[in-house]
Design a protein around this ligand. Structure first.
Ligand SMILES: NC(=O)c1ccc[n+]([C@@H]2O[C@H](COP(=O)([O-])OP(=O)(O)OC[C@H]3O[C@@H](n4cnc5c(N)ncnc54)[C@H](OP(=O)(O)O)[C@@H]3O)[C@@H](O)[C@H]2O)c1
Length: 355
């Protein structure tokens, strides 16, 4: 039996689902692959709870229960040390399931010393290209869940490229929140009402502008482009925001109060799309020539036009899939499916470490 030490950074919705899946599935993985994951650390924004020889199941479940009711892992710094200064007893895996920026250098240092990284966090891969290179060098980082949550998007793209196919274009709708809003608009809802409802249901970030800016889609597009070998920097992908610049600087309360200002322009765009027999979608298009991320009117028979609600769709047009693109479609968000994407990456990484 090979024991693989793991440190999980982030114990939020995805992080807790991942830990629960690993605890539930650990014996099956041990039986199937002769691999046992050992949690040596769990970290949140307050600090690290760690034990070099492995946290016990009761220590892990206690930590999960505390995080579920909003308690910090390290009240008043009681556990002192952060994950950056923790030394793993042997080669292991750092899992980043936070949404935090600034982890790329520390994670790349772990890769450089023989450890592996698994990410649901997009930010380490969408900073400078040099950080992406350092993280992914020698296959040191897996990141399936960063794009399309649990859908096999990155692995599909990598398999196409590894087998000698060449990419012509990726077209994708990869924001569940913006997909939901497009469907509501199509059903006749005003944008202001749709955004308030999505906010109330927790479909948007606490500040809906984080979704409506398109920045999250631009990060995913950058990760896809870099996976194709394009050495792009973040400035090379500009997303079209759903609101004018003037509403970007006001307080959240003022933004929510002024949402009605967006109703007429969006109603006009939807009416125009419907009059042409098409559909309005928030689309990312990536090719070697460049990327665009924004609202597009698509013909009614376009695969993306048939999308409903928060589902994602990724269409890969390649030399081999030239006439009919290869399509990956399904739920692109949710704690359980995202955690499952991370867990699949963990298992693949552990099998490599065992070998
Ligand atoms: N939710 C989805 O459906 C989905 C789908 C695909 C990808 N993702 C990605 O998965 C990641 C996690 O999403 P989530 O929904 O689980 O977020 P979340 O519920 O907000 O949890 C984030 C966790 O990260 C911790 N954290 C924040 N900053 C940190 C730092 N600097 N150092 C250590 N820990 C830190 C937070 O600590 P505290 O508890 O102390 O605040 C919290 O435990 C995000 O990058 C997200 O984009 C999510």
């Amino acid at each position: 039996m090979k024991t693989i030490p793991i440190i999980q950074i982030g114990v939020g919705g995805v992080g807790r689902a991942l830990t629960q899946q690993l605890l539930a599935h650990g014996d099956a993985l041990a039986a199937r692959y002769g691999i046992r994951f050992e949690y040596v650390g769990l970290a949140d924004s307050t600090g690290l709870r760690a034990r070099r020889l492995g946290l016990s199941v009761s220590e892990i479940t206690t930590a999960l229960a505390e995080k579920a009711v909003g308690q910090p892992l390290s009240p008043a710094g009681a556990f002192g040390m952060g994950w950056r200064s923790f030394i793993l007893p042997q080669r292991g895996i750092f899992i980043d399931v936070t949404a935090a920026g600034g982890h790329e250098q520390a994670l790349a240092e772990r890769v450089a010393t023989g450890h592996r990284v698994v990410l649901a966090n997009k930010k380490p891969l969408s900073a400078d290209f040099s950080a992406f290179q350092a993280l992914t060098k020698g296959g040191g980082t897996r990141y399936e869940a960063t794009v399309g949550a649990g859908l096999p998007v990155i692995s599909t793209l990598q398999s196409l490229l590894d087998s000698g196919d060449t990419l012509t274009r990726i077209e994708a709708a990869m924001s569940g929140t913006l997909g939901y809003l497009c469907t509501e608009l199509e059903a006749g809802k005003l944008l202001s009402a749709a955004v308030r409802e999505a906010h109330r249901l927790g479909y948007t970030e606490p500040d809906p502008r984080d979704d409506l800016s398109g920045a999250d889609v631009a990060r995913k597009a950058l990760i896809l482009a870099r996976t194709c070998g394009l050495p792009w920097e973040p400035v090379q992908i500009q997303a079209e925001p759903w609101f004018p610049a003037a509403l970007g600087d006001v307080s959240l309360d003022e933004f929510m109060a002024r949402l009605e200002e967006l109703d007429a322009p969006f109603a006009a765009r939807v009416a125009e799309a419907q009059a042409a027999g098409g559909a309005l979608r928030y689309v990312a298009t990536i090719s070697a020539e460049g990327a665009s991320v924004g609202l597009r009117v698509l013909p009614g028979d376009h695969p993306l036009a048939s999308l409903r609600g928060p589902d994602n769709l990724f269409s890969f047009t390649t030399a081999r899939y030239a006439e009919r693109p290869l399509v990956v479609r399904g739920p692109g968000a949710g704690y359980a499916v995202t955690a499952a994407g991370v867990l699949a990456d963990l298992v693949a990484t552990a099998r490599e470490l065992r070998a």
